[in-house]
Design a protein around this ligand. Structure first.
Ligand code: PMP
Length: 425
């Protein structure tokens, strides 16, 4: 049964049982309306309230000023955000350059002349920087290349070059080849497949004292809500819900309001076509989603409801909000890593100690040197004890324990005990 199992899957992750019980009832009959939450109109007042409460609770829990950021509830997953980040921030780059060119050439300038100058600027100066530290930032980088062409995309750092072609380290920031005035600098805060997490915000990307600085974008799909985030350092951060926030189906983008109207209005499709640059599908245009409070089209209010319930539970559990969860996340990760470190003859932790993830604990079982069979045996025994979802990602193999927020302290302790017992057996 559900209570016998601790599920360490990487996503979809386990959800708190009480949240699911509440949601199950809401699916049948929401607040005595006789209609389930998935049946009510997304344009109803109750749907709007669910959206607004979830947004306010997210800002409160993460402790960032809702006045400076817009929270968008989107639908194309983390993968959709790989594309959305490119489209929207290239658009914002064009808007900035367009304004600069108009002021240089004078407002009476011939349109063809403006386009010619802009085109030249794009060819010389439009760059998107990617820090690749694992499979997901690699995918985001590849999507940027696919949408724009390689000439616009700069692989500013590739962790594989310092680790025999494999992920598991983060190159020293002094070696990152950052472009001047990049349209964005992208990194993935926690690499779910490779178990690599940035220990803190990369200092080299910090804003200047006057608030100017690089346009930083981060994928926080697999570690959001588990530690304090210096939100004001980011222009955009995004995350799929299905690890720490809720169930699959809703994706959150938190974007600085200065990238939205009235400050920034996306360039016209006609101008982008003249420049040979892509325009976003309407569902990925942040401006459109923001203008409509995430209801440009039919949003799954059920998914937003679950996310909202998870946030309410977190806020209730931790009076000091995300800091409370952060302490627990660290404690759980330490318990599991300590058990692994106690038996170096049996376990090899995959990433470097300095960058290992609190959320996705990746290791190999090397007992008797026979990794494949040993890992199969390890997984089988773990499953028989109710420790499930421990198989590593198909691209890298090994074992991965995903230590998301819904794993209780006792769950982490149970896994650590098993790790120890297996080593000694
Ligand atoms: N980024 C990260 C860090 C992820 O872990 C994942 C999915 N596991 C994705 C992006 C892709 O998310 P989705 O499947 O929602 O597109």
């Amino acid at each position: 049964t559900r209570s016998d199992i601790t599920h360490f899957g990487a996503g979809p992750a386990a959800l708190p049982t009480d949240v699911l019980q509440t949601a199950a009832q809401a699916l049948l009959d929401f607040n005595g309306t006789g209609l389930g939450i998935a049946e009510h109109s997304h344009r109803s007042e109750l749907a709007t309230n669910i959206i607004n409460e979830a947004k306010a609770d997210l800002a409160s829990y993460l402790d960032f000023p809702a006045s400076d950021y817009e929270i968008l509830l989107m639908q194309a997953g983390g993968t959709g955000e790989f594309s959305a980040a490119v489209y929207n921030l290239v658009g914002a780059w064009v808007v900035r350059q367009h304004a600069a060119v108009l002021s240089e050439l004078g407002s009476g300038a011939d349109e063809a002349a403006v386009v010619a100058v802009l085109r030249e600027r794009a060819e010389k100066g439009l760059k998107l920087d990617y820090i690749v530290t694992g499979g997901w930032s690699l995918k985001a980088y590849q999507e940027a290349v696919r949408l724009l062409g390689p000439e616009y995309v700069n692989l500013a750092a590739d962790a594989r070059t310092i680790n025999d072609g494999k992920f598991g380290k983060i190159p020293d920031q002094s070696t990152w080849k950052l472009s001047k005035d990049a349209a964005l600098v992208y990194f993935c805060d926690n690499e779910t497949v490779d178990g690599v997490e940035f220990p803190e915000f990369p200092a080299v990307l910090a804003p200047n004292a006057d608030g100017t600085g690089p346009i930083v974008v981060a994928d926080m799909s697999s570690n959001i809500l588990s530690r304090r985030v210096p939100v004001s350092n980011y222009s955009l951060l995004f995350f799929g819900a299905q690890k720490n926030l809720g169930c699959t189906g809703v994706t959150v983008a938190v974007i600085k309001k200065s990238f939205l109207p009235p400050t920034t209005t996306q360039p016209s499709p006609a101008l982008m076509r003249k420049l040979g640059l892509p325009i976003p599908p309407i569902m990925l245009q942040y401006e459109i989603i923001a203008k409509n409070n995430s209801l440009y089209n039919t949003l799954s209010i059920f998914d937003v409801y679950i996310a909202g319930q998870v946030l309410k539970k977190l806020l209730k559990t931790y009076p000091n909000k995300v800091d409370g969860q952060q302490a627990v996340s660290e404690k759980k990760a330490n318990i599991i890593y300590s058990a692994l470190e106690a038996h170096p003859e049996v376990y090899r932790i995959v990433p470097d100690k300095a960058v290992r993830s609190r959320m996705n604990i990746c290791f190999r079982v090397t007992k008797n040197g026979n990794t494949d069979d040993t890992e199969k045996a390890f997984l089988k025994e773990a499953t028989s004890l109710g420790l499930t979802g421990l198989k590593g990602h198909r691209s890298v193999g090994g074992i991965r324990a995903s230590n998301y927020n819904s794993i209780p302290l006792e769950g982490a302790e149970k896994l650590a005990k098993f790790i120890e017992a297996y080593a000694k057996a």
